[in-house]
Design a protein around this ligand. Structure first.
Ligand SMILES: [Zn+2]
Ligand SMILES: [Zn+2]
Length: 328
C-alpha cells in the first residue's frame, strides 16, 4: 500500500510498504479515507522534535472505516466509520490515573509513537477509535482531532459568556478556536501576520480583524502562534482580570516581567491536546457542518504530501487545513 513516512529531519518519503493484514487482540485495522496535515506534522518534519522511531507513517488527524476488529473489541465493528484519538498514553501513570491523559508522563502521538494515517490503512489500538456520527462527510470528520484541541483550549481558557476574545494566529487551531468562540456568542477578534489569512478566518467566522499593537478592549486571548513576542504583546495589551491561553507550539523563551501578571491579575493557561472533548466532538462537527468548509485549503493525494509540506513551510498556502485523500 502507499504510505507517507518520516525517515528523519526533513526526510519525508512516499513509499510502497506492506499493508497491515489482520488486527491483533484489542486492535482495529482502519482503512483511511481522509487525513489532515497539522502544524505539528510540519514542526516534527522541520525539527525532528518528536521523532521517537523511524521511519514512521506520519499523520494523526484522520478518519476512515474499520476494515477488521481484533478479539476483544466490542465498541466498533467492521464497516463502522470512525474518528481517531491521536493520543498514545500509558493509562497507568499518576496523570492518566487522575483523568489527565493529555499530560501523560509518557505521552506520544499516533504518527510518531506508532504508525499514523498518511496511508491507505493503519493498525490502531481499539481504544484510539471512536464511532463517527452518521451522515457527516469525511472532510469534516478529518477535522475531529483539531476541533477537539480547539474545544479543549477554549474550555480551559474559561472566557465568560459574551466576553470578547482575541485569537492570535490564524492557522487551523486558531481558525477553529475562532469558529467555536463565535458560535458561542463571543465577539471574536483575529490577528495574523499574514493579512490574507486573518481575512479568511474573519470571513469564515464573522470575526473582526485586529492588530497586535492595537488590541481591542478584551480581557481574554488565545495564542495559537507559540511565538514569545506575540504572547508578551497579548499579556501587555489586554485589559486586566483575564487570561491568555497558550495552544501554539513555537520556540524561544518568554521574556515577561511577572509583576505584570500580578498587577493585572492575569493568568497564562497552557492547553495541550484534549481530554474527553473528542468523545463530544461528533455532535459539534455535525452542528458546524458546512461552516467548516472555508477553513479547508485543498484536498490532495498521498503523492502530493511532501510538496504540500514544503508549500506550508514556505508560507505559500493561503488556506488553513490541507486534507489528503488516502483511500485507494
Ligand atoms: Zn494535529
Ligand atoms: Zn500516562
Amino acid at each position: 500500500m502507499k504510505a507517507v513516512r518520516l525517515h528523519g529531519v526533513q526526510d519525508l518519503r512516499v513509499e510502497e510498504i506492506a499493508a497491515p493484514v489482520a488486527p491483533g487482540p484489542e486492535e482495529v485495522l482502519v482503512r483511511v479515507s481522509m487525513a489532515g496535515i497539522c502544524g505539528s506534522d510540519l514542526h516534527n518534519f522541520r525539527t525532528g522534535a518528536w521523532i521517537s522511531r523511524a521511519p514512521s507513517v506520519a499523520g494523526h488527524e484522520f478518519t476512515g472505516t474499520v476494515g477488521a476488529a481484533g478479539v476483544g473489541v466490542s465498541h466498533v465493528a467492521a464497516g463502522d466509520r470512525v474518528i481517531v484519538d491521536s493520543r498514545v498514553t500509558c493509562g497507568s501513570c499518576r496523570n492518566c490515573r487522575a483523568g489527565l491523559a493529555q499530560v501523560c508522563e509518557t505521552m506520544g502521538f499516533v504518527g510518531e509513537a506508532i504508525d499514523g494515517g498518511f496511508a491507505e490503512a493503519v493498525l490502531l489500538p481499539a481504544e484510539n477509535v471512536i464511532a463517527a456520527p452518521p451522515g457527516v462527510p469525511d472532510r469534516h470528520l478529518a477535522l475531529a482531532e483539531p476541533l477537539a484541541v480547539a474545544l479543549h483550549a477554549l474550555d480551559r481558557l474559561g472566557v465568560p459568556d459574551g466576553a470578547p476574545l482575541v485569537v492570535a494566529g490564524c492557522g487551523p487551531i486558531g481558525g477553529l478556536v475562532a469558529l467555536l468562540a463565535a458560535r458561542r456568542g463571543h465577539g471574536v477578534h483575529v490577528i495574523d501576520r499574514q493579512a490574507a489569512r486573518a481575512e479568511l478566518v474573519a470571513g469564515a467566522t464573522g470575526a473582526a480583524v485586529a492588530a497586535l499593537d492595537a488590541l481591542p478592549d478584551a480581557r481574554f486571548a488565545m495564542d495559537a502562534t507559540g511565538a514569545p513576542g506575540v504572547i508578551r504583546a497579548l499579556a501587555q495589551g489586554l485589559l486586566p482580570g483575564g487570561a491568555v491561553g497558550l495552544v501554539g507550539i513555537g520556540h524561544g523563551a518568554l521574556d515577561l516581567d511577572p509583576v505584570l501578571l500580578v498587577e493585572k491579575e492575569m493568568a497564562l493557561v497552557g492547553c495541550h491536546a484534549f481530554g474527553d472533548e473528542l468523545q463530544r466532538i461528533g455532535a459539534v462537527i455535525a452542528e458546524l457542518g458546512t461552516a467548516l468548509d472555508p477553513l479547508i485549503d485543498a484536498e490532495i493525494a498521498l503523492d502530493e504530501v511532501p510538496a504540500a509540506y514544503e508549500r506550508h513551510l514556505a508560507g505559500e498556502v493561503a488556506g488553513l487545513k490541507t486534507l489528503i485523500r488516502c483511500g485507494s
